[in-house]
Ligand binder design. Structure first.
Ligand SMILES: Nc1ncnc2c1ncn2[C@@H]1O[C@H](COP(=O)(O)OP(=O)(O)O)[C@@H](O)[C@H]1O
Ligand SMILES: [Mg+2]
Length: 187
């Protein structure tokens, strides 16, 4: 794999070896799924923090589940000062407000996907980000019940991010208790 692709090391011991060196650089999206408490947030944040400290690559973290304070306090015990990294221009933390999430659910799914993509792309450009995490994706997905429309939405979001943001992206998703966690390639 590493013979053909430019790879982005996660910097996580064991994972890079298992991946043959890392994740594929550029507009690629990886989905990490698992039950609550299986380490999705810790893994995806490690990917960003290692990117900054070990490889000098700025990153963006879209925190959908936690408030800014919850996130900052949660990671302090690992010795991570996200606030400092933000001030130094290495990291952007985007926290969609609840009212935006509510609005998202009312609008046309493709319009929403587009607006999310362009917002993230703007931040990515100004930061020269090379890594992006959306943790988790579910609240950003409409309550649309029509599977066809839902597929179109996710497709527009993922393809839009790959095209317009063009960075290595990790998206996380919760799976119901009793399922099996894994790491898989979306595209
Ligand atoms: N590799 C790990 N080693 C030790 N503790 C971990 C590891 N991954 C996660 N944890 C701990 O497990 C808890 C849940 O992790 P978290 O990343 O928030 O899970 P998720 O996002 O999947 O719900 C946290 O308290 C975290 O510190
Ligand atoms: Mg989490």
């Amino acid at each position: 794999m590493s013979l053909y692709y430019d790879l982005v090391p996660t910097g996580i011991p064991g994972l890079d070896e298992a991946l043959g060196g890392g994740l594929i650089r550029g507009g690629r999206t990886y989905l990490i799924s698992g039950e609550t408490g299986t380490g999705k947030t810790l893994l995806s944040l490690s990917f960003l923090i290692n990117g900054i400290y070990k490889y000098g690559e700025p990153g963006i973290y879209v925190s959908v589940d936690e408030t800014y304070d919850q996130l900052m306090n949660g990671v302090r015990r690992f010795g991570w000062d996200l606030e400092a990294l933000r001030e130094q221009g290495y990291l952007e933390v985007l926290i969609p407000e609840m009212d935006i999430i509510e609005k998202i659910r009312e609008k046309d799914p493709i319009t929403i996907a587009r607006s999310l993509v362009y917002t993230i792309a703007d931040y990515a450009k100004s930061l020269e980000a090379q890594r992006l995490v959306i943790d988790p994706i579910a609240p950003l997905v409409t309550l649309e019940k029509d599977v066809q429309v839902l597929r179109e939405y996710i497709r527009a979001l993922v393809m839009g991010i790959e095209r317009e943001v063009g960075v290595t992206t990790i998206i996380t998703t919760e799976i119901p208790t009793g399922g099996q966690g894994n790491l898989e390639i979306w595209s």
